[in-house]
Design a protein around this ligand. Structure first.
Ligand code: NDP
Length: 243
C-alpha cells in the first residue's frame, strides 16, 4: 500500500486490514505510518511499517522485498502515493514539476516493476487465485484544466499505463484497476500555496467532498471480487452539491 501515511492510502490500509489483509504500509513519514499501524493493530489487524521514498528505485524494490520477507507473498498492490502541485507553467518551478513526475510516475513504475513477478506467483499459488494492482488515478486523468498540466500529464498517463498492463497481465490472473476519485478531503491540497489552493477550491465550491473512506470502500470492493470479475475502472465523484 503506497501512500499509506495519510488520506486515501491510510483509509484503504485500514479498510483492507479490516477485511483480513496483512498490510505493508509504504510512505516517507515514519510517525504517521506508525500511527496507522497502531490503528490497524487496535482493529485486530496486521501491519508492517516500511518507511520508503518510492521515487528511489532501490528503496521501492526493497519495500517489495521486505513485504515478501514478512508476509510470504504479495497478493495486492495499491498505488496511492501521489503529489499535486498546481500553478501555471510560468509560475511553477521545474523542481515542482519534476517532483510530481518522480512520485506519480516514476514511483508507481518502480513499485510495479518490483511487484509484478510476485503478484503473478501469488495468483498462481494462493487461495484467492488472483492478484490485484489498483492505481489511484483522478478525475484529472480525464479532464484537463489550466494550472494543472503536469498533474494532468501524470494522471492521463496513468490511464494508458493501467490499461496496457491490464491487457498484459490478464492471462496471469493479475487484475489491474484504475480508481478515479473526484475531490476528496485529504492533505493533498495542504501542500499548495494559499492562492493556488483557493483557486482550486473555487472550482469545486459547493460540492461535498468525498471522504478517504469512500475511496477506500471502492478499492475494497474491487479487490474482493471473485476472480472471474475484474473492475477495470471506477470513477467516484461527489454525489452532493449544495445549491
Ligand atoms: P495525501 O497527501 O493525504 O496522500 C499522499 C500520500 O503519498 C502520502 O501518504 C504521502 O506520504 C505519499 N507520498 C508522497 N510522496 C511519496 C514518496 N516519494 N514516496 C512514498 N510515498 C509518498 O493525499 P491523497 O490521499 O488525497 O492522495 C492519494 C492519491 O489520490 C494521490 O495519487 C492523488 O493524486 C489521488 N487523488 C486525490 C484526490 C483528492 O482530492 N485528495 C482526488 C483524486 C485523486 P509521505 O508524505 O509520508 O511520503
Amino acid at each position: 500500500m503506497t501512500g499509506a501515511s495519510s488520506g486515501i492510502g491510510a483509509a484503504t490500509a485500514r479498510r483492507l486490514a479490516q477485511d483480513g489483509a496483512s498490510v505493508a504500509l509504504v510512505a516517507r513519514r515514519r510517525h504517521r505510518l506508525d500511527q496507522v499501524a497502531h490503528e490497524i493493530a487496535e482493529l485486530g489487524g496486521r501491519a508492517l511499517v516500511l518507511q520508503t521514498d518510492i521515487s528511489d528505485p532501490e528503496s521501492a524494490s526493497a519495500a517489495v522485498q521486505d513485504t515478501l520477507d514478512r508476509f510470504g507473498r504479495l497478493d495486492i498492490v495499491v498505488h496511492s502515493a501521489g503529489v499535486m502541485r498546481l500553478g501555471s507553467a510560468l509560475h511553477t518551478t521545474v523542481e515542482q514539476w519534476d517532483r510530481m513526475i518522480a512520485v506519480n510516475v516514476a514511483g508507481l513504475v518502480h513499485v510495479t516493476h518490483a511487484a509484478v513477478p510476485y503478484l503473478i506467483s501469488a495468483a498462481a499459488t494462493s487461495p484467492r487465485e488472483v492478484g490485484d494492482i489498483v492505481c489511484v488515478g483522478s478525475t484529472a486523468g480525464r479532464l484537463a484544466r489550466p494550472g494543472s498540466s503536469v498533474y494532468n500529464l501524470t494522471k492521463f498517463g496513468l490511464r494508458g499505463f493501467a490499461e496496457s498492463l491490464r491487457q498484459e497481465l490478464l492471462v496471469e490472473q493479475v487484475r489491474v484497476s484504475l480508481v478515479e476519485p473526484g475531490t476528496t478531503s485529504t492533505e493533498l491540497m495542504d501542500h499548495l500555496e494559499d492562492a493556488t489552493r483557493d483557486a482550486a477550491r473555487w472550482q469545486t465550491d459547493g460540492l461535498e467532498p468525498l471522504r478517504p473512506e469512500d475511496v477506500a470502500d471502492a478499492i475494497g470492493y474491487i479487490v474482493t471480487r471473485e476472480r472471474r470479475m475484474a473492475v477495470n475502472e471506477m470513477l467516484v465523484r461527489s454525489g452532493d452539491r449544495r445549491r
